[in-house]
Ligand binder design. Sequence first.
Ligand SMILES: [Zn+2]
Length: 218
Amino acid sequence: MIRLELPEKTSAPLKILCLGSHSDDIEIGCGGTILRLLSGSRQLHIVWVVFATSGEREKEAFNSANQFLCRAKCKEIIVKNFRDGFFPFEGTQIKDFFEQLKGTSPELIFTHNRQDAHQDHRLLSELTWNTFRNHLILEYEIPKYDGDLGQPNLFVPLEQEIYETKVRYIMDAFASQRVKPWFDKETFFAVMRLRGMECAAASGYAEAFYCRKVLLRA
Ligand SMILES: [Zn+2]
């Protein structure tokens, strides 16, 4: 299969906006793709926003974002304290905040899947599409008890070093989450292995996204 590529390198950095409801969502959903992008020669400007953190998880969110973005020349990490699990009921304030995010003028946006079973994730996805009307938006997936994995249609194959680094960073950064039965490296490897199989990745591993709208320059 031929591969679509991001635009040729230019002097201006590629502006990327990463949106995640909770402290570990961005890392789990698109951490490998971010590491992959940062391993290239292209300059990136990454704005990384976590909407609901508090206490120990806030510190973990900052540390993890800094770890994943350690190769980024230009980065901005924003952590908000919206109430975990209650996003639909705090919609007005969250929508107000999205209006501020318009100013970041991103070229590529990573957000939650529109059909995610978690209400916080769904609201962020809806507000992403509501706010950014002429942008490339990739929706990532988060494995969960509810069992909402679907059929993503855009794949990013990951080399072994990248997918192993992703999982190591996640397991190191989020000590508070390790008590959760699903939060272990096997879960993260399993999802990437399945997606790697589906896109015939050379390494066997990939991250996958829902791309609802893409323009092709023919
Ligand atoms: Zn989440």
